[in-house]
Design a protein around this ligand. Sequence first.
Ligand SMILES: [Fe+2]
Ligand SMILES: [Fe+2]
Length: 176
Amino acid sequence: MVKAIGSDIDLSVPSDCEYYDYVKDLLESEVVQSMKQYHHHGHTSLFQHSVNVSYYNFLLCKKWGLNARAGARGALLHDLFLYDWHEHVRKPGQQHHGWTHPHTALENARKYFSPTPLEEDIIVKHMFPLTPIPPKYKEAFCVTLTDKFCGAWEVLDHWVYTAGRPVRFIKRVFAQ
Ligand SMILES: [Fe+2]
Ligand SMILES: [Fe+2]
C-alpha cells in the first residue's frame, strides 16, 4: 500500500487511479523502491517524501490544467540522489547538499529512466529559489511549492509524533 501524507487513498491500486497509471513503472522500479532505506525528514523516508510531493504535485497540476503526468513523474524523481543526506560527507570543494542534490537526482534519473525535458526541469529546478535559476515550465514551478509544503508538513508531523510519545507511554502503562 502506498499513501501520501494526509491522504487515505491507496496510490498503488492499478484500476481507478490516474496517478498510479502515470507513475507505475517508476514507483515499482528497484531504484525508486531503494529510497525507502534513506531517512529524509524525521520519520519520513526519502521514498515517502517523494510520493508525497509527487501526489500533491499531480493534484495541483490537474487543478491548474497543467501536464499532470509530467508533474507526477518529475516530482517522484526530484530527490533521486540516493544517499542519506544527514550522513553525507562533502568532497573537498563540493557545495552543500542543498545546492548539489538536484543535479545528482537528474544524473540518476537519466541513468535509470528517460525523463522528458519538462520532467528534467522539475528535477533540477525544484530547489528554486535556493538554486537561483528559475523553472522554465509551470509544472516545475508547482514542484517548488509542493516540495516545500510537503517538507514542512513532514517536519511538523514528526514534531507532533515525538510530542505524543510521553502520552502514549502513560496510556500503555495505565492500560496494563
Ligand atoms: Fe530536494
Ligand atoms: Fe524534496
